[in-house]
Design a protein around this ligand. Sequence first.
Ligand code: AMP
Length: 338
Amino acid sequence: MGDIKDYKIATLGSHTALQILKGAKDEGFETICICKKGRSKPYESYKVADEIIEVDDFSEYFELEKKLMDQNAVIIPHGSFVSYLGFENIGKIKAMHYGTKGIIEWESDRDMERHWLLDAGLKLPKIFEKPEDIDCTVIVKFHGADGGQGYFLANSPEEFYERMKDADSDRKYVLQEYIVGVPIYSHFFYSRLTGELEVMGFDKRYESNADSIGRVAAKDQVDVGIQTSYTVTGNIPIVLRESLLPQVFEMGENVVKASQKLSKGGLFGPFCLEGILDPNLNFYTFEISARIVAGTNPYVNGSPYTWLRYNEPMSTGRRIARDIKEAIEQDKLKTVLG
Ligand code: AMP
């Protein structure tokens, strides 16, 4: 039987690192946090890291990888991890990596992601090939837009071209049906050891300035020319209407099943479906994150859902560490690496 004392858990100091490292320590692992110089304070103050390695830039990851490998560290990827290393570099990681690397490509490409989610039977907002096709309210999303900066709504081709006059016309964009409803981000965990899908919780984002525009009268919004942006500043917990839960489980299970056809090993560990719930209780999914999301951060001490199942504090970060621990103890570590 393997011993977790022979392994460590490591991640980059950002995004969900506090939760990941705290969860790892709660499961009995020693932890390593790779931090940008000058940004290690939270990891010291909250005492989640046994070792802090400081770097000038996260691109130095590959230079210190040997050091991680010498300590038998398992790397836990998160959203910032993928964006700092670049998804094209994920395949080059030689250290033990929790999760299937191949699935990141499916998440990073809008067309591939759409193919995956449609194959899983999910409802997606319509995509319009060209502005002339617009026949309902669309959200115009620019590629690489930082926090949804500059996104706008249009109801017709004419309105689209009118609003594009103010935008940088060289930027690539996608025209997506705008779903009027409430945003719901569903957090899942699928373990290859147990073969079971768990629903870990839900959140919505707290976005600036979109979440405060209602505090300004409509007339003033127009007079001042307020532009909507969706810069994420934090996350707000949600408890879902209970009768919707069976559908959520089914969606998660179908996404896992569909992923097994796309990439060897399929999706496992934490993931999130990001969508809108309309007034007829239809879930429209506009994105998948194939790793831990920051929306799980309110639940460092567990969510109402993990409490139901575990009767002990179980964050998504801790659930990852539990998966790795069980894999080590069953001599099946490869099952949770990819
Ligand atoms: P994104 O950059 O794709 O994460 O989207 C930024 C914001 O726009 C989020 O608050 C979403 O809730 C919202 N949003 C994205 N796509 C849609 C859509 N198709 N319909 C309605 N709201 C959307």
